[in-house]
Design a protein around this ligand. Sequence first.
Ligand SMILES: *Cc1c(COP(=O)(O)O)cnc(C)c1O
Length: 402
Amino acid sequence: MSKLAIDGGAPVRTAGFSQWPIYDELELQMLKEVLESGKWGGSGGTKAGYEAKLPKMEREFAKLQDSAYAVSVVNGTVAITVALQAAGVRSGDEVIIPPYTFIATATAALAYGAIPVFADIEPDTLLIDPEKVEALITPKTKAIIAVHIAGAPANMTRLGEIARKHGLALIEDAAQAVGAKWEGRGVGSIGDLGTFSLQSSKNLNAGEGGIITTNQAHLWENAWSICNVGRIPNGEWYQHEKLGQNYRLSEFQAAIVLAQMTRLEEQMTLREQNAARLDSLLGSIDGVRLMKQDPRITRHAYHLYMFKLEPSVTERVQKAEVIRRLQAEGIPVAAGYVPLNRNVAVLDAVEAWTGKRTQQDCPVCEAVCEKEALWLTQNVLLSDVQAMDDVAEAVRKVLSSL
Ligand SMILES: *Cc1c(COP(=O)(O)O)cnc(C)c1O
């Protein structure tokens, strides 16, 4: 057994992983087109012959996700707020969300006084457990947000049944899941509305940005209006019929997205190939448990590669120690989220809006966060085959040392 890097041995990998972001002459050319057009924003004049990039990007993005409509917006957090508001969720209403997600899923609701209620996750997928949702529904519940964590679609079939039965809006937080499909349908087109992020760590990167998708004309109109200071589509400039804000994206960001989209399919294929290789290599290592994948996931976006440590490991050693050893071997493994149901900022905000301190237990999520889940960040999956072999080799070396 070779000596661990933390004990002064040679690290398994010194070569690093794929660069990120990835761009070439195409981004430069498209940014130049925007500069020279004089049309830098979502509103304002257009030079003759210039095709505005924001509407083009929205059309292409909607098509990519099998949606009839898309509205671009400043970021993925605001996209969730707007989707909730477009669906009619108001201050004081309750929104059921998973506790294993980026904090924005909760803060997007809390920003205007909608109250997150946490439905625990499935231990083998780390996605919202539909069977935990129904017991949490009260007369105040107005929406469910399914979060497609790591790029794996949540169980939209079951969540759809529950939402319909109780008359709730179903929103997909697909920030990590561009390109993913559930039963052959693009995520963001299955619930009432879907939201995406174009933030720099996401698979489709514009630095910052977000997109809302829907198949329902009235929800598109609502969302568009909220993002455009309450204007109505094809209305007059100073005709404001709803309360809205300016949440528009710029043409520069649309240019970057259009350029990045030309590489998305190729990158998705690479992520899938590398994830399959990691599954087969890590799956044979004692102490590792792979994520279970529902066969109805017809495409996984692999924003992150997640795996879990088995009780045989977690009973003997802290997750932080495993991470420390893997990082020393040159593997950029991360601990991932903390449970949102215990996050003090969320608890304080709920108390500020409701006057009540509530504490929900989500034992599956808490164990996953504290002891079990490890993440490989998204650029790892864009690396070469040798990089996957090195990840597996490092995991084998570290776990067998414990
Ligand atoms: C990134 C992310 C968001 C927020 O998107 P931003 O563009 O960073 O505001 C929301 N939900 C999830 C699950 C995310 O991963």
